[in-house]
Write a protein that binds this ligand. Structure first.
Ligand code: ADP
Ligand code: GN1
Ligand code: MG
Length: 364
């Protein structure tokens, strides 16, 4: 990445106070995130990853539309809109992003204070609260006009299309890594048949398209330091029409794992049924009124599907030479892919139990 003069970059935005400094922040895999300290408030400065988001102007339009809508909804619920959703800071010439001469796109947000995002669940109750947060987020957007949203990444959770891209990557073998990962390739190809279950149910109208978050990783929710409640859902770049199953499944994939996403000791990696239960309890509690029988039927399966899809995306990127997800070491994407496949295998063993848990909370 280029070296920027952060003070100069920030000076394009309408922030309050005098600039003190900026440092790299957070553990996202996609954008470059910086915490900006000033004598006034704190801010987040982000360089949007334009290899991933190929039409950044449209991405920003989505974020503006969604955050404006959420601000109003939160105000009508007597909440604090500057804390309970993201707030974009405009540039001095009234734009919602700043484009450098080289074409890099930056945006600035208010920093959500007295809260943190976590990489692992610290106690089961925390995961229950995270589930409620993502459930509430979806409820807040229930009446959002979906046709206002651009598809920021086409086919984002189209698992069938992800298989197509995976097979293309195997065939091209751009980085010459195919022979090293034959076992992982085989594991994924054996499970291709199930890839279309959710898409088929959407196509037949059995499950509805909703406005969903689509990237419901634990570190995309800010948890209040005092109350432990999920206070703000962040990373709104993939808010698009989707299925609630994507949001549920992706949360389980990351948050219910007993190990980090990039753990190299696979004996540590399992899907914790206790955490699965806490999340299911919170999610169904929030969405009981809208969840359909078909969604209930596919809820536990969606955890496996999203984990399989994510494992396949990591492996595809490994085969392609690590162009999409930011890596911090050699074979990082392979390590990530392997944890996901281990989780899939573990979920297959636990699927009956997972389905029982879903029914228990749905029928309660
Ligand atoms: P990425 O798309 O790369 O995942 P995110 O938008 O999720 O980027 O930001 C990365 C991290 O930065 C988050 O996990 C969170 O810790 C932190 N972060 C992002 N926005 C804010 C904010 N407005 N206030 C506080 N922390 C934030
Ligand atoms: C990326 O941006 P971040 O780190 O929250 C990715 C998700 C993956 C996740 C895997 C836009 O999420 O889809 O599930 O990594 N986001 C995008 O950790 O591709
Ligand atoms: Mg993120």
């Amino acid at each position: 990445m280029n070296h920027y003069d952060y003070q100069e970059l920030c000076s394009n935005f309408e922030y309050q106070g005098e600039y003190i400094g900026a440092r790299r922040y957070g553990e996202g895999h996609i954008n470059d995130t910086f915490l900006v300290e000033t004598t006034g408030k704190r801010y987040i400065l982000q360089r949007v990853n334009t290899l991933v988001f190929k039409e950044p102007e449209k991405l920003i339009e989505n974020v503006v539309a969604v955050t404006e809508y959420l601000h109003n909804r939160i105000i009508s619920n007597f909440g604090d809109p500057y804390r309970e959703t993201l707030t974009l800071i405009p540039t001095k010439d009234g734009q919602w992003f700043y484009k450098t001469e080289q074409g890099d796109v930056f945006r600035m947000y208010l920093f959500v204070g007295n809260a943190r995002s976590y990489q692992t669940i610290e106690n089961p109750e925390m995961f229950y609260k995270v589930a409620k947060s993502f459930g509430r987020f979806q409820n807040l957007l229930k009446a959002f006009p979906a046709d206002k949203l651009h598809e920021t990444i086409p086919n984002f959770h189209n698992t069938v299309d992800r298989y197509r891209l995976f097979k293309e990557a195997i065939a091209a073998d751009k980085a010459g890594r195919r022979t090293e990962v034959l076992e992982e390739i085989d594991f994924l190809l054996k499970r291709e048949e199930e890839a279309s279950l959710v898409l088929d149910a959407i196509a037949s109208g059995e499950i509805p398209l909703r406005v969903t978050h689509n990237d419901t990783k634990l570190n995309n929710v800010m948890i209040d330091d005092e109350t432990g409640e999920g206070v703000c859902v962040i990373d709104l770049d993939t808010v698009m029409p989707g299925s609630m199953l994507y949001d549920f499944g992706d949360s389980i994939r990351f948050g219910a794992s007993t190990a980090a996403e990039d753990e190299t000791d696979l004996s540590k990696v399992e899907m914790d049924l206790g955490l699965f239960e806490q999340y299911t309890r919170g999610y169904i509690e929030e969405l009981k009124e809208s969840i359909t029988p078909k969604e209930v039927e596919l809820l536990a399966f969606s955890a496996k599907l999203m984990t399989l899809e994510c494992g396949m995306r990591f492996l595809t990127d490994y085969l392609d030479g690590d162009c999409y997800f930011r890596i911090h070491r050699e074979k990082h994407n392979l390590d990530r892919a392997r944890t996901q496949l281990k989780l899939v295998a573990d979920m297959e063993k636990k699927m009956d139990k997972m389905n029982e848990i879903v029914l228990q909370y749905y029928e309660q």
